[in-house]
Design a protein around this ligand. Structure first.
Ligand SMILES: O=P(O)(O)OC[C@@H](O)[C@@H](O)c1c[nH]c2ccccc12
Length: 260
């Protein structure tokens, strides 16, 4: 069994438990549920840098990155740096994140916030809205075409943007539909952790022009961005490169200044 299979098995148990404790009606009654959202896709279209900065304490591929980071401080630092959006890992077991992290980020910044989660149930999309997210991630490797369609349509109803993540041609073909706003190509294979920017380059020619293109993972310098821009990428999701430093916000500032 690969790591992604393990994560999904645990996630199904987690969601089943949560559903038995907090009913959907309670999520829908939360204060943030009616908050007007901000579009990340729009922010990326209007930006020249296109940086989406992630809050990530640890990961199965890298162990500890920044175990004790303060999500509020990081969020404020990222906003100050001029990023287009922030990604907040909410998985606890494998990434050390939580929905409280999302709430804290929401309380600290106006930026579009992406709930970075392994979504396998509609409940998690309603939860994302209730905890202040503007965008959800859907991972094609763990979803059928029917699920992608149902989940992305629900997200649109809730005014959430959808970032659909793919890693190969097959995943890309099954995911192309109008309810997707952004197509993310993950340079990291979630099953083997193998990393290569070539993935973004080879898949780019298969992505229809109306989707905002986001390249995800393994981006650690300006050269990588310059290399990917000619392939039509307008968004760049960066986690570890910022989070491994003592001041993620400052490293995002330095990075964006170099891009200008
Ligand atoms: O830390 P990196 O290599 O910059 O990667 C960030 C982000 O792309 C990565 O965390 C990620 C991309 N897709 C995911 C899906 C689930 C969990 C994590 C991810």
């Amino acid at each position: 069994m690969n790591i992604l299979d393990k994560i999904v098995i645990d996630k199904r148990k987690e969601v089943a438990l949560k559903k038995s404790i907090i009913p959907i009606s309670q999520l829908e009654n939360s204060v943030l549920f009616d908050r007007p959202t901000v579009s990340l896709a729009q922010a990326l279209r209007n930006s020249s840098s296109g940086i989406i900065a992630e809050h990530k304490r640890r990961s199965p591929s890298k162990a500890v990155i920044n175990q004790n980071s303060s999500v509020s401080e990081v969020a404020v630092g990222y906003e100050h740096a001029g990023v287009c959006g922030m990604s907040v890992l909410t998985d606890g077991k494998y990434f050390g994140g939580s929905l409280d992290d999302l709430l804290l980020a929401r309380a600290s910044v106006q930026l579009p916030l992406l709930r970075k989660e392994f979504i396998i149930d509609e409940y998690q999309i309603i939860e994302a809205k209730a905890y202040g997210a503007d965008v959800i991630l859907l991972i094609a490797a763990i979803l059928s075409r029917e699920e992608i369609k149902a989940y992305s349509e629900l997200a649109k109803q809730l005014q959430l943007d959808v970032l659909l993540e793919v890693h190969n041609e097959e995943e890309l073909y099954k995911s192309i539909m109008p309810s997707i706003d952004m197509l993310g190509v993950n340079n990291r294979n979630l099953k083997t952790f193998e990393l290569s920017l070539e993935t973004s380059k080879t898949l780019s020619r298969l992505i229809p022009n109306d989707f905002v293109r986001v390249s995800e993972s393994g981006i650690s310098n300006i050269a990588a961005i310059k290399e990917l821009q000619p392939y039509g990428y307008q968004g760049f999701l960066i986690g570890e490169n910022f989070m491994k430093t003592d001041a993620p916000g400052q490293s995002a500032t330095d990075f964006i200044n170099k891009l200008k």
